[in-house]
Write a new protein. Structure first.
Length: 77
């Protein structure tokens, strides 16, 4: 049984960071996504497969987990 795949658009991730006041470069955004287990598809989208039984959080378009990742980048975890 495989888990659910979660996709993130790199530009959308950077826009979310900007909304919470933390501008990140493309390289910084890629590093943050890699740290969280995402892998690039080569076309600006990043994805990871959740373990079976682990559903993604229900979030709005300004995703709280993405916002948290941006803030942690600025302040440290």
């Amino acid at each position: 049984m495989s888990g659910q795949v979660v996709d993130i658009d790199l530009d959308a991730f950077r826009a979310t960071c900007a909304q919470v006041g933390t501008a990140v470069s493309v390289e910084e955004a890629q590093a943050l996504l890699l740290q969280r287990g995402f892998r690039p598809d080569g076309h600006g989208r990043w994805s990871k497969t959740l373990r079976p039984g682990h559903a993604p959080r229900k979030t709005s378009s300004a995703s709280p987990p993405m916002s948290r990742a941006c803030r942690e980048h600025e302040t440290g975890p």
